[in-house]
Design a protein around this ligand. Structure first.
Ligand code: BES
Ligand code: MN
Ligand code: ZN
Length: 503
């Protein structure tokens, strides 16, 4: 699928399908009105006859409209004009793409980006359209024997612009959008893989592929079990000790800033390729979904692709903290006490609270980069789903500016987060009679106490933690990775690079 900008007057177009909006109460959009004029009232005739009122889920496909060279016109209901907003814009794009999937069109021209969305420019509208279209087209058929390639008829998608000044911003939007979509696809693909294929060593192999591709800009260091031991990352190690699959931590360094003294941004992804719970084993219902416990790593992997492709002028360190949490004769037990890399001791009261054990050592490890910002991305707690559901990710931070920057990046691209408080009172929950702290609190506010646990290891830099337990995959009929929060993080990094074109 290829995307292009079109700057040709509508009457000259000879494409297979033109897509235009109609607002409720039979009100044509600017482009629909133009087509109506060219076709001498043909379009309005259909609208007026009651075939399409313009309500949000309505549509009408017209063939061989008089005086129009294009074969089809797809009229899409946009709802009330006064209510048309970001959400509606996304909905009309999704609705139109779902209709197109069932036609034989190979080439379409979108005019939906002429619809006015409050405070949003052409760059934003085209970026959103690309993202929505690509995610509607994504499926994971790699392991289905019958299907070898994606069967997409739609090859070329054009976005029409009316102003010359919008050609460039539209083209930049396409460039950014295509690269970000690729990163999202890569992340979804590894997250959707089964846990017998996507193991910690698989994550390390993927990182090696990344280096082969961007060898000029990326340096990779893979830290295996032996080296984890030398580094004293005992909390990380104790999670994997019940598993036959060895742990691997990939440290991917992207250097896009010639000023090497410039501090790095570090992104850490929880990479538990299967979380059985360990000795504190989980119930079997939906346990298969714990293959998604490496979604944080998948996101960091996708982001490193995006950063390298966009050649962002930043220094970014991405870490895939690969590990598997299994029960076994050698597995760690509830009651075990480990000494973390920081020197602090932790009593493991629940082996299913493994994410924080891995992350606490990685958070200490990254001190060596003297980072300006560290963000960890983790499917950390079921409690975060209870608190926030599946629409927003949980955000925690020891720095208000960083928290605001992340929050706003999420708002810009509709990959939202909501900050939860880390008040001192919550820390009391993590006391242990035998070690510096325990790895779990009492039952309440589990997402917060998990973040409080991590914050013990983040004193030396500005840090944010994004709990994606509720947002990184979908269950049920639509089961699959969402790739979140890649959109948020790529926008955050674009903004840091001075490349915010949304305003
Ligand atoms: N990976 C899970 C968190 C999770 C659970 C994500 C369900 C998505 C859906 C994490 O390792 C975990 O098991 N957390 C425990 C913590 C508890 C033992 C304090 C949880 O949330 O139950
Ligand atoms: Mn767990
Ligand atoms: Zn987990």
């Amino acid at each position: 699928m290829k995307f292009h900008i079109n700057y040709i007057s509508i009457e000259k177009l000879k494409n297979e399908c033109l897509i235009v909006g109609v607002f409720e109460n039979k009100k044509p959009s600017f482009s629909a009105q133009k087509l109506d004029e060219i076709s001498q009232g043909y379009i309005n005739k259909f609208i007026m006859s009651g075939e399409l009122d313009g309500k949000i889920n309505q549509s009408l496909l017209l063939y061989h409209v008089p005086y129009i060279f294009s074969e089809r016109i797809l009229l899409i209901g946009c709802g009330k004009e006064s209510e048309f907003d970001e959400r509606r814009y996304r909905t009309v794009i999704i609705n139109s793409i779902n209709i197109l999937k069932n036609t034989s069109s190979t080439e379409v021209v979108f005019f939906l980006n002429d619809l006015c969305v409050k405070n949003k420019n052409m760059y934003w509208k085209i970026r959103v359209a690309l993202e929505v279209i690509d995610s509607a087209m994504y499926n994971f058929n790699l392991l289905k024997s019958g299907i070898k390639k994606e069967n997409i008829l739609l090859h070329n998608i054009f976005f029409n612009v009316y102003k010359k000044s919008e050609i460039i911003s539209g083209e930049v939007a396409i460039k950014h959008g295509v690269i970000i979509n690729q990163g999202i696809r890569l992340a979804k693909d590894i997250a959707n893989l089964p846990p017998n294929i996507c193991t910690p060593s698989y994550l390390a192999v993927k990182s090696q592929n990344l280096v082969q591709k961007y060898s000029k800009k990326i340096i990779l260091k893979i830290i295996d079990e032996k080296e984890l031991k030398i580094l004293g990352m005992n909390a990380y190690l104790c999670v994997s000790q019940g598993s036959k699959n060895k742990p691997y931590m990939s440290v991917i360094k992207y250097n896009g800033n010639y000023d090497t003294t410039k501090k790095s941004i570090v992104l850490i992804g929880k990479g538990v390729t299967f979380d059985s719970g360990g000795i504190s084993i989980k119930p079997s219902r939906l346990m298969d979904e714990m293959k998604y416990d490496m979604s944080g790593s998948a996101v960091v992997y996708g982001i490193m692709h995006i950063v390298s492709q966009l050649k962002l002028p930043l220094n970014v360190v991405g870490i895939l903290a690969g590990c598997e949490n299994m029960p076994g004769g050698n597995a760690c037990r509830p009651g075990d006490i480990v000494t973390t890399m920081s020197g602090k001791t932790v009593e493991i009261l629940d082996t299913d609270a493994e994410g924080r054990l891995i992350l606490c050592d990685v958070l200490t490890y990254v001190e060596k980069f003297n980072p300006s910002i560290v963000i960890d991305i983790a499917t950390l707690t079921g409690a975060c789903i209870v608190a926030l559901g599946h629409y927003v990710s949980g955000l925690f931070s020891n720095d208000d500016t960083l928290a605001n920057d992340i929050y706003h990046a999420g708002e810009e691209v509709n990959d939202k987060v909501w900050r939860l408080p880390m008040l001192l009172e919550y820390y009391d929950d993590l006391v242990s009679n035998f070690a510096d702290f325990s790895n779990v609190g009492s039952r309440s506010a589990g997402a917060i106490t998990a973040a409080c646990f991590l914050s013990h290891f983040t004193k030396k830099y500005h840090w944010a933690h994004i709990d994606i337990a509720g947002t990184s995959w979908k269950s049920g009929k639509e089961k699959g990775s969402t790739g979140r929060p890649i959109l948020l993080l790529s926008q955050f990094l674009l903004n840091k690079s001075g490349l915010n074109l949304n305003n």
